[in-house]
Design a protein around this ligand. Structure first.
Ligand SMILES: Cc1ncc(C[n+]2csc(CCOP(=O)(O)OP(=O)(O)O)c2C)c(N)n1
Length: 275
């Protein structure tokens, strides 16, 4: 459950970060902006309401963990960490520049608050599973969250991790599928279909929720549902829109990766403010 005030706060935070994503993409000369925007509301719910984290103690062994398995979407993740206070927003101006801590894909050795280096698709979920199993083995109560892309699910390593997670009853692991229906080279269902997606996860032994990934109340209910499930991992299939918030980017394959000039930048800001 989220209160009305929390809802207003989460929406406002997501709006601010969408603006940051646009300006950071302009400065960087290009980024995976479509997939950064599609998963953003999930990230905001995690980082601004649910995750037990503190930017002052980013290495606390008892903190909750997050793995961005679709690491190319760092352009959504890194501005979120900045807004949450892990580092200065000024530093975003260095995104993907020489000597910056921020490359196009996140590096946990360089970025405060980042728990896993990702970018090679299919590797993040197995890492998140390792963290969740580690918590169980150490008797710790922290939770691990992970976002995978729908196109990323073409990687077989995800399904090995899915099978293992269910076998070891990792009920401390919550995975989101950013089901924006698009990938790098076209619609996922056209490139290689993954439906019936919910049934696949169920067959692998997971509890499944399907939600609107831009509705904070639905995101909140799904996370709280996951917290209550015992002996099974939970996957939340979040229907999202690639490029969400920027009208000319929404659901457009070509905005998987793109550069933004000053005219587009202005239009993007106007569109975000109209959301
Ligand atoms: C192992 C691997 N193969 C290929 C790529 C290149 N690549 C980057 S993004 C992408 C498509 C991913 O699609 P999806 O997971 O749906 O991402 P989203 O649409 O949410 O951005 C691909 C194939 C990669 N990063 N890693």
């Amino acid at each position: 459950m989220i209160t009305q005030n929390e809802l207003i706060h989460l929406k406002e935070t997501a709006r601010k970060i969408r603006h940051l994503i646009i300006d950071t993409t302009v400065k960087a000369g290009g980024a995976h902006v479509g997939g950064g925007l599609s998963m953003l509301d999930i990230l905001v719910a995690l980082y601004f309401k649910y995750m037990n984290i503190d930017p002052e103690t980013p290495d606390n062994p008892d903190r909750d963990r997050f793995v961005l398995s679709k690491g190319h979407a760092a352009i959504g993740y890194i501005p979120t960490l900045a807004e949450r206070g892990f580092f200065s927003k000024e530093l975003l101006k260095t995104f993907n520049k020489f000597k910056s801590p921020f490359g196009m894909h996140p590096d946990s050795l360089k970025i405060k608050g980042c728990d896993a280096s990702t970018g090679s698709l299919g590797h993040g979920l197995p890492q998140a599973l390792g963290m969740a199993l580690g918590a169980k083995i150490q008797g710790k109560s922290f939770r691990t969250y992970c976002i995978v892309g729908d196109g990323e699910l073409h990687e077989g390593s995800n399904w090995e991790a899915a099978m293992t997670a269910a076998h070891y009853k990792t009920d401390n692991l919550t995975v989101f599928v950013d089901r924006n229906m698009q990938m790098i080279d076209g619609p996922v269902e056209k490139i290689m279909g993954i439906e019936p997606l919910a049934d696949k996860w169920k067959a692998f032994g997971w509890d499944v929720k399907e939600i609107d990934g831009h509705d904070f109340s639905e995101i909140a209910d799904a996370i709280e549902f996951a917290h209550g499930v015992k002996n099974k991992p939970v996957v939340i299939i979040a229907r999202t829109v690639k490029g969400k918030g920027v009208d000319f980017m929404e659901d457009q394959t070509k905005w998987h990766y793109g550069a933004i000039d000053s005219e587009m930048q202005e239009k993007a800001h106007v569109s975000i403010d109209r959301m």
